[in-house]
Design a binder for this molecule. Structure first.
Ligand SMILES: Nc1ncnc2c1ncn2[C@@H]1O[C@H](COP(=O)(O)OP(=O)(O)OP(=O)(O)O)[C@@H](O)[C@H]1O
Ligand SMILES: [Mg+2]
Length: 581
């Protein structure tokens, strides 16, 4: 089955009832459209035969009734078809969004958010249009044409045959043009997605761009992109117009054919005036329908391109496959066994990393920028699987573990805390709070903040937990860190990974963070990627990464005492900062 049809059926099946109603409405509409000219034919022939005024009035009334019912039927059909289309599309949109959320970070690294938004929103909106219009116009019109041809055949086989051949040739040309157009429409959509992605990234980075005078260059790039965009669209639109032109030619040919044949039959006496009217009306009907189908062809071409991309996306499988096991409660021991890892570009980032960390121990992870510290933490959250070797928590290879269990038991406080549009409460609980119908009660949040020593900080917020956070930059770096620590604490993890921000903080916030970290780490295993001395000194053990290799691992106190150790040399050369300002 073609992917287009498969996708269509998959999302229409759940609404069989409404789809059937729609089909009935469309069929009734077709019957009315075909019936109108038949009535008119009868009126003409009866009038020419000299029928009574009463009979004529009756026929006229019937004709009027047909027109009236058609007027009521049209909006009803549109409403039903939109309903079916949008229901199907919202289901598809939900599936697609879920799919994107499930796909591994490797996939997301290769796609920009803008590109994905275009897939989930842009492509889908067009598809919805297509779904609702397709049944109505394309399928309906095709049926209408078939009906008209059948009636023409029954009037005169030669006429029916001639117009059928015309319709078939036209359809063949249509299919051919359709196939030519698809790649261009695909390219057009891709160009738009890339431009959107570009704009999205530049808006997100507006502060840095402006601050560093990067705007003119961004504009220059945008100009180049939009030019390419325009080129792609121009080609696609030109093909659509050529299609239309070819069709108009075909149609004129069809009408000429119908009139020539009609004229011959009338002269020969084998056709009445009413019959000629019917031929004219139906040829016109076929003609208009072909026009409409041509217009729909634009949509159809675009939709086919969309559906191909959509089913491609839906068929992708995350490289991270859930295992059956769950992580135990309590502090989790960590083991890296000869782990090698690289991102998609093929440069090794972790090389043969091998170490263990006992439950409840705190490991200070040190190394120059780019040495692989954050990468190591990503493997522990199983955002990626190692290329070789094993990452174990509580003795279990992470590949055997259910990802949900990892998310629940491993908590990461990242270098750059992501804030979301919402209240402090929402940002602490990721919307899983009682106020939004979720699990975590305000009392639990307050208890957590209290335990972290953040009760006063909360009290200083203008509306407490209800204080709105407008987005990424509405809290200071320090406050964002505090919030992230609160998030982690609420999760009650068995392993905490702290990727410390290198930003300098004011002494008050710094002290708050210190206390909060102390409380958070109590009774848990922790890996802290330290940039400041105070944080490094909190560690029981130190592990130094250089270019993705472990070059030192040992008890912190011992390494600190040993003047030949990398750790003590780092302390001397200030690779780790001394106390904050
Ligand atoms: N998503 C990614 N895709 C491809 N390469 C990446 C990705 N993330 C990091 N890298 C590369 O992997 C290497 C290690 O990066 P990582 O972020 O782990 O360093 P780090 O030790 O955390 O540095 P920092 O101290 O600056 O935070 C770097 O060379 C980096 O360019
Ligand atoms: Mg890092």
């Amino acid at each position: 089955m073609s992917p287009t049809l498969a996708l269509l059926l998959r999302y229409l099946r759940p609404q069989r009832g409404r789809a059937a109603l729609l089909a009935a409405l469309v069929a009734f509409g077709i019957a009315l459209q075909l019936g109108g000219p038949r009535l008119m034919q009868a009126i003409i022939d009866v009038a020419r035969a000299g029928a009574s005024e009463d009979a004529l009035m009756g026929l006229a009334a019937a004709f009027l009734a047909v027109v009236l019912v058609k007027q009521v039927l049209t909006p009803l059909t549109t409403w039903t078809s939109d309903n079916v289309g949008w229901t199907a599309m919202n289901a598809l949109r939900a599936d697609l969004t879920l799919q994107l959320l499930r796909l591994d970070l490797g996939f997301h690294n290769s796609k920009t958010p803008g590109e994905l938004i275009e897939r989930v929103d842009g492509d889908i909106s067009q598809l919805a249009n297509f779904f609702s219009q397709f049944t109505l116009r394309v399928a309906g019109n095709a049926l209408l044409m078939a009906g008209a041809l059948v009636i023409l055949w029954s009037q005169d086989a030669r006429l029916g045959a001639a117009l059928s051949v015309f319709a078939l040739i036209s359809l063949a040309v249509l299919a051919r043009l359709h196939r030519i157009g698809v790649p261009y429409f695909k390219a057009g959509r891709r160009a738009v997605a890339i431009t959107l992605a570009f704009i999205e990234e530049r808006i997100a980075g507006a502060e840095d761009l402006r601050g560093n005078g990067g705007l003119p260059y961004a504009f220059e790039q945008l100009r180049a992109l939009t030019t390419r965009d325009g080129d792609a669209r121009r080609t696609a639109n030109t093909i659509a117009r050529v299609t239309q032109g070819v069709w108009e030619l075909l149609l004129s040919g069809g009408l000429a054919l119908a009139f020539t044949l009609g004229a011959i039959f009338i002269t020969a006496g084998s056709m009445s005036l009413g019959g000629l009217y019917l031929v004219f009306a139906y040829t016109n009907l076929i003609a208009t329908n072909l026009m409409q189908i041509t217009e729909q062809l634009d949509d159809f071409q675009r939709a086919t391109a969309n559906i191909e991309r959509t089913s491609e996306l839906l068929s992708l499988r995350s490289r991270i496959i859930d295992g059956p096991r769950a992580l135990p409660a309590g502090a989790l021991p960590v083991a890296f066994e000869r782990v090698c890892f690289e991102y998609a570009n093929g440069t090794p980032v972790l090389r043969d990393v091998h170490f263990t960390l006992g439950a409840g121990r705190v490991l200070g992870l040190l190394g120059r920028t780019g040495s692989g510290k954050t990468t190591l933490s990503r493997l522990l959250s199983r955002f990626y699987d190692p290329a070789s070797g094993q990452v174990r928590l509580a003795g279990l290879d992470l590949r055997e573990v259910d990802t949900r269990s990892i998310r629940a038991r491993v908590s990461v406080v990242t270098q750059e805390v992501q804030l979301f549009h919402g209240t402090v409460r929402d940002n602490l609980t990721f919307w899983d709070n009682a106020a939004q119908g979720g699990r975590i009660t305000d009392a639990a949040i307050l208890r957590a903040l209290q335990s972290l020593g953040l009760a006063e900080w909360l009290a200083r917020l203008p509306n407490g937990l209800d204080t709105p956070i407008a987005g990424a930059t509405s809290l200071s770096a320090g406050e964002a860190q505090l919030l992230a620590l609160g998030r982690a604490f609420l999760q009650d993890p068995g392993l905490v990974i702290l990727d410390e921000a290198s930003a300098r903080l004011d002494p008050t916030t710094e002290r708050l963070i210190e206390t909060a970290i102390d409380r958070l780490l109590a009774g848990r295993t922790a890996i802290i990627i330290a940039h400041r001395l105070a944080t490094a000194l909190r560690a029981d053990e130190i592990l130094v990464l250089e270019g993705g290799r472990v070059t030192e691992h040992g008890e912190r106190v011992a390494l600190q005492r040993d003047p030949g150790s990398r750790f003590s040399s780092m302390l001397r050369t200030g690779l780790i900062e001394e106390e904050g300002p």
